[in-house]
Design a protein around this ligand. Structure first.
Ligand code: FES
Length: 104
């Protein structure tokens, strides 16, 4: 199996801890979340309907959709609260020399 292809997303310094930022990589909208536990990347489009997760809230490792309030665990994309039933796709992340890179 080949290594995942990491792409530069943004400087870690541009995402203060406890916040999230959207980025488009390979035409795919991704939200990068920086928490005390680390940096995570997920699909920026809610699995319930078309809402941008980056416009919702981040509470520790829980991301909350701005439209109907579904929530997901940012570490594995698992649904934590309805109305969503499908997980959010997640992406591998690494930080190299202060730059966040995501494998899309
Ligand atoms: S669009 Fe996210 S909960 Fe409905």
């Amino acid at each position: 199996m080949s290594d995942p292809q990491f792409q530069k997303a943004m400087a870690l310094a541009d995402i203060p801890q406890g916040s999230m930022r959207p980025v488009t990589l390979n035409g795919r909208e991704i939200v990068i979340c920086h928490t005390k536990e680390g940096v995570y990347a997920l699909d920026n489009v809610c699995s319930h309907a078309h809402a941008r997760m980056c416009e919702g809230r981040l509470r520790a490792t829980r991301i909350v959709c701005p439209l109907h309030g579904a929530s997901f665990d940012i570490r594995d994309g698992k649904v934590l609260g309805p109305p969503a039933t499908q997980p959010l796709p997640i992406f591998q992340v690494r930080v190299v020399d202060g730059t966040v890179e995501v494998a899309v």
